[in-house]
Design a protein around this ligand. Structure first.
Ligand SMILES: C[S@@+](CC[C@H](N)C(=O)[O-])C[C@H]1O[C@@H](n2cnc3c(N)ncnc32)[C@H](O)[C@@H]1O
Length: 390
């Protein structure tokens, strides 16, 4: 049975037999180690005092928790989503992969990334964005990631893509970067610093390794102005996102700006990209919306989730899939629903864009309260959360 399972995995992901993050008999334990950091009952009945206790524990054990999460989730991500582990809005006629690449190109544009520059990708996953951005800009991009399995995947995929001269991958914690001060011209983070137990601490690390006048830009997972922290349903959705994505806790976008400034950056602009996409954009969360009509969205319906979970249970029972597979599928399925509902309600965004700069020595930086927080011209979104600083 073990070799049958390995065969299924290698066919599904296109990887070799032994290229897995967690050995078959260790999966269940790894899943339990991850889920123990959350109280699943909060998804049904919100209780602030319980949540606060768990948030403190998740912050204290952020790195262990996140490594356990990506050990169990990476193969699902690669198989179900691709090599870029982030969201993007899409346009009619635009292929899914093209929309992800456009999202990455937009970030490179905001970074003004040029050929020959040295750039760091904070929390690089298996390197999908890194490869696209290196090819697009011809800058040298260093991927930084603390998950051993993902680092191995990223290195292999970079070599296979012929990008060894334009990239490297370093295994380290973004709370403690192993580079000399002023090493990089540019830095970016795509949907990664939401895992940080202390945002100011993480941003300060990035600030230190950037050269003066260097730009740091990224897409953050944040709550929006529509989120009401006294609304139990909002909090249940928020918790549903946290539990399925290894997040210590989600926070309002204004906190991100505050943390960037506390780390020493000057914030040049910040806005919710989901809010200012040009007309005709298919919302970023649409992939997770259930539909009995569109085949690709069927797995996200209640019945579709029931089918997936039942199939995993059968595979586990007959010994084809290892114990822990069903729980992982359930975890990812349920968080998909929480993400889609939060996106639809406009209380959460995975693409709060910030662009900031490390001031030159002796320069007086503008703080956000005075800085123009502009959005791209020619866009016609609803602008429901645009550019408010708290
Ligand atoms: C949602 S994934 C995004 C990956 C990548 N940016 C992309 O878009 O494909 C978040 C990434 O952050 C990494 N990460 C989380 N905590 C980290 C830490 N403390 N140090 C370094 N990387 C971390 C994870 O291992 C994962 O690769």
């Amino acid at each position: 049975m073990q070799s049958a399972w390995q065969w299924v995995l290698s066919v599904a992901t296109g990887k070799s037999y032994d290229d897995v993050a967690v050995k078959r008999d260790a999966l269940d334990k790894r899943v339990q180690s991850y889920t123990s950091k959350f109280d699943a009952s909060l998804n049904q009945k919100w209780d602030q005092s319980i949540d606060e206790k768990y948030v403190a524990e998740r912050k204290a054990k952020a790195q262990d928790m996140t490594n356990a999460y990506y050990d169990i989730a990476t193969d699902f991500y690669e198989y179900g989503w691709g090599q870029s582990f982030h969201f993007a809005s899409r346009y009619e006629g635009e292929a899914f992969k093209a929309s992800l690449a456009r999202h990455e190109h937009y970030l490179a544009l905001k970074l003004q990334l040029k050929e020959g520059e040295k750039c760091i990708d904070i929390g690089c996953g298996v390197g999908g964005p890194l490869r696209e951005i290196a090819r697009f800009s011809r800058a040298h991009v260093t991927g930084l990631n603390n998950n051993e399995y993902q680092v191995g995947r990223a290195k292999k995929l970079n070599a296979r893509a012929g990008l060894s001269d334009y990239s490297d991958v370093v295994k380290a914690d973004f709370m403690n970067l192993p580079f000399e001060p002023s090493t990089f011209d540019k830095a970016y983070a795509i949907e990664a610093t939401c895992h940080a137990p202390d945002r100011t601490g993480c941003f300060r690390q990035i600030y230190n390794v950037l050269k003066e006048d260097g730009i740091f830009a990224g897409y953050e997972w944040t709550m929006t102005d529509r989120y009401d922290s006294t609304n139990a349903q909002h909090n249940q959705l928020k918790h549903g996102i946290e539990i399925g994505n290894s997040l210590p806790t989600l926070t309002h976008y204004s906190d991100i700006i505050r943390h960037l400034e506390a780390a020493g950056f000057e914030v040049i602009e910040h806005f919710d990209l989901a809010d200012v996409e040009v007309n005709g954009a298919i919302p970023w969360y649409s992939t997770f919306l259930g539909s009995y009509v569109a085949l690709s969205q069927f797995p996200h319906t209640k019945f579709g989730r029931f089918c997936t979970n039942s199939m995993c249970t059968v595979m586990e029972t007959i010994g084809l899939a290892p114990k822990g597979t069903t729980e992982t599928a359930k975890l990812l399925g349920e968080t998909g629903t929480a993400i889609a509902e939060s996106g639809k309600a406009g209380i959460f965004t995975p693409m709060y864009m910030f662009v900031c700069r490390k001031p030159k020595a002796g320069e007086t930086r503008k703080l956000t309260s005075q800085a123009a927080s502009s959005s791209p011209k020619g866009t016609t979104g609803s602008k429901k959360n645009k550019n408010k600083s708290k």
